[in-house]
Design a protein around this ligand. Structure first.
Ligand code: C2E
Ligand code: MG
Ligand code: MG
Ligand code: MG
Length: 278
């Protein structure tokens, strides 16, 4: 991609770091541009509960458009985090996702909407107020709002993060551990964290059914997490063979392109209605 090209040519001139930063700077400019032009939107990807074929949740995923260009989240989210823009964007995401959940509920789809939350948002003391304001203005049952956090956030000992997480739990929100297995997955903390859900990272799904070692990990983590009272989701299900294999592991729910790609807001309800009809 463009980034690799810039880094490669940068290293020829002996200073890849500055050039990378310059690249991030242009992404920062684009983020500001998108903020001014209403370029941000949320797509929603349904997660299917395979135990009763219901919708486990819909995950809100941010999209950023500047003119005809779409910036991939893997490029703009890290820059939004570094620059602090993620705080304002994150507030907008929470409000918009809660509004979506409200609308779904009103239209006969009482499904959770899950929102990804970055560390920078949780270190800002303001997060608590955002949540409180949100739940005050919205008639949404808090349990229909889920926060997805990476495992390192649950181990974070900073006071602001702890307070914000406690506040979310106190308010009745659900918490999920996202991308489990990609960080320093520490089993000791699993028993103390207030998450109701564990999302297994798609690296464990990618090479199924051939990769027996990934399969062993999926089975073991699923069993462990369920014994600890958590619902287990496998991410990144793309093939019928992966689906078959995962159904044999006992995981509760599945998410991936096999079911649907993340959907624009206007397509979500009809997808949910069609899914119900099947
Ligand atoms: P994530 O939270 O782990 O989200 C799941 C990602 O996997 C999404 O990528 C989704 O489109 C993708 N995905 C779903 N099914 C499949 C599949 O079958 N195969 C493959 N290869 N991928 C699949 P996306 O939308 O590009 O988002 C990437 C990451 O950006 C997210 O990973 C999350 O960490 C971050 N992100 C996205 N939206 C937000 C947001 O609103 N706030 C924050 N803080 N982070 C966000
Ligand atoms: Mg997520
Ligand atoms: Mg994930
Ligand atoms: Mg991920």
């Amino acid at each position: 991609g463009a980034l690799t090209t810039v880094v490669a040519s940068g290293s020829v001139h002996g200073n890849p770091v500055t050039i990378l930063k310059r690249n991030e700077l242009s992404i920062e400019e684009k983020l500001h541009q998108a903020m001014e032009t209403g370029g941000f939107s949320l797509n929603y990807q349904p997660v299917i509960n395979v135990t009763d074929n219901s919708i486990e949740a819909c995950e809100a995923l941010m999209r950023c458009r500047i003119g005809d260009e779409m910036l991939p989240p893997d490029r703009f989210i890290p820059v939004a985090e570094k620059t602090g823009l993620i705080i304002e964007l994150g507030d907008w995401t929470l409000l918009t996702a809660a509004h979506m959940a409200e609308q779904l509920l009103a239209n006969g789809h009482p499904t959770k909407v899950a929102v990804n939350v970055s560390r920078a948002q949780l270190t800002a003391p303001k997060f608590q107020q955002t949540l409180q304001a949100l739940l005050t203005i919205s008639p949404l049952p808090p349990s229909l709002l889920e926060l997805e956090l990476t495992e390192s956030l649950f181990m974070d000992t900073s006071i602001a993060v702890r307070r914000n997480l406690d506040a979310a739990v106190e308010a009745g929100l659900s918490l999920a551990i996202d991308d489990f297995g990609t960080g320093y997955s520490c089993l000791a903390y699993l028993k103390d964290i207030p998450a109701n859900k564990l999302k297994l990272d798609r690296t464990f799904v990618k090479n199924l059914p051939e990769d027996k070692k990934s399969l062993a990990i999926v089975r073991a983590i699923t069993r462990l997490a369920q014994d600890l009272g958590m619902t287990v989701v496998a991410e990144g299900v793309e093939t019928p063979e992966q689906l078959d294999t995962l159904l044999g592991t006992g995981v509760n729910a599945l998410q991936g392109y096999l079911f649907t790609r993340p959907l624009p807001e206007q397509q979500l309800e009809s997808w949910l209605t069609d899914f119900k009809g099947n």
